[in-house]
Unconditional design. Structure first.
Ligand code: ATP
Ligand code: MG
Length: 365
């Protein structure tokens, strides 16, 4: 187990990436605080605190966490729909917040977002063809009516919406939810993005069509080498599509690892809680989800220390006093938890009983 000094607050970027090439997306210390309340009672919602990660070309990073953990805020900040309070966003190594005060058209093209609600993201008065033709025209990806029509047909075919001419003439309400989400994906692809930010893209779809959309995203990642951030509540779908998974809790990143490692050997008590809630047919009904008590901390006035401490069955006095540093617990597997830090005691076997107390075992790596 390797301890990284507390002063180095961001998760280590080098062990996280896979290919050795510079990451397409590299966010460092991203923080977003929303001011709320009146002039005399101003407070801040700490929606995102010190979030750092990288995504390589052709890689999907899943961002998992419960409602309110800051996942959408992270995506909106990276898409530059909202400005961060602090931190850096690097695209192919360029610090874009420094180099462009306002996001350029090129940034808007290179970083595309897919939203949760495919209906809300399409304008009901325009045809599907119009939705796909507009970005092609704005970003000069096709010229002339014929070329635009051909590119629209190509995009619709890529996302499996055929016959393309028929689909292009339809309005959003004439398509199913899954078909609409495919249109949203086609629209994002129209401009050849480098980064795709998919914010819960399947959560509003019927279970029967979710797999189709996930498989489509996976295929496009392989074929086009796009760096994707896949945001979800569901750690099981994160494993399916994410090469790596990072877990967020109350605006902070608490653990990250290759997705299979994270599900097989979760280290952080919160990740273990999430993993314990995934149905596992092999384990049968005997498998029990970890029961947690306590409240999610207020983001308005977050207490010092680990945000999960009030609910953590393993909390030690230090957990309420000091934010844990980053600990490496395996190859490309890091955790932010005092149990793994100097003087900490790791939890017993990850597959062991959910309610196990603290084991006195050695390093978890
Ligand atoms: N514009 C805003 N003003 C004030 N608070 C905000 C604003 N946008 C988000 N928040 C708060 O920031 C926190 C994180 O919200 P966010 O939408 O990022 O969570 P999330 O992880 O995407 O949740 P969900 O899974 O429900 O979509 C929440 O407490 C939310 O209320
Ligand atoms: Mg959200």
């Amino acid at each position: 187990m390797v301890t990284i000094p507390l002063s180095q607050t961001q998760p280590p970027t080098v062990p996280m990436g896979g290919s050795g090439a510079p990451p397409v997306l590299d966010v460092r210390g991203l923080t977003k605080r929303f001011p709320v309340g009146g002039m005399f009672n101003s407070k801040q919602v700490h929606a995102l605190e010190d979030v750092s990660f990288t995504v390589d070309r052709g890689e999907t990073m899943a961002l998992v966490g419960e409602s309110g953990s800051g996942k959408s805020t992270a995506a909106r900040v990276i898409a530059r729909l909202i400005a961060p309070s602090a931190g850096e966003i690097r695209l192919d190594g360029v610090d874009v917040l420094k180099s462009e005060r306002q996001p350029s058209l090129a940034y808007r093209r290179r970083v595309q977002m897919i939203f949760q609600d495919p209906f809300g993201s399409l304008n009901p008065v325009h045809t599907i063809g119009h939705h796909l033709a507009r970005p092609l025209e704005i970003h000069k990806k096709a010229r002339g009516r014929r070329e635009v029509r051909e590119r629209v047909a190509e995009l619709l075919t890529t996302v499996g919406l055929t016959p393309p001419d028929e689909v292009a003439a339809k309005y959003p309400h004439q398509l199913s939810g899954g078909q609409r989400q495919r249109v949203a994906i086609a629209r994002a692809l129209a401009v050849d993005p480098d980064v795709l930010l998919a914010d819960e893209p399947i959560s509003m779809l019927d279970v029967s069509i979710r797999m189709g959309v996930l498989n489509l995203m996976d295929r496009l990642k392989e074929e086009r080498g796009i760096a994707s951030l896949y945001i979800t509540h569901d750690i099981a779908s994160a494993r399916y599509i994410g090469d790596r998974t990072t877990v967020m809790y109350a605006g902070r990143m608490v653990e990250g690892a290759p997705s299979t490692t994270l599900l097989d050997e979760p280290a952080h008590p919160y990740t273990r809680l999430l993993v314990s809630a995934v149905p596992n047919p092999r384990a049968g009904l005997a498998k029990r989800a970890i029961q947690v008590r306590g409240e999610v901390p207020s983001l308005l006035d977050p207490p010092p220390g680990c945000p999960f401490a009030p609910r953590c069955p393993h909390a030690m006095p230090i957990c309420r006093e000091m934010m844990p540093g980053i600990e490496m617990v395996g190859p490309r597997h890091w955790v932010r938890c005092h149990l793994y830090g100097p003087g900490g005691t790791t939890i017993g076997s990850p597959a062991g009983p959910a309610t196990a107390g603290l084991a006195t075992a050695g390093p978890a790596a």
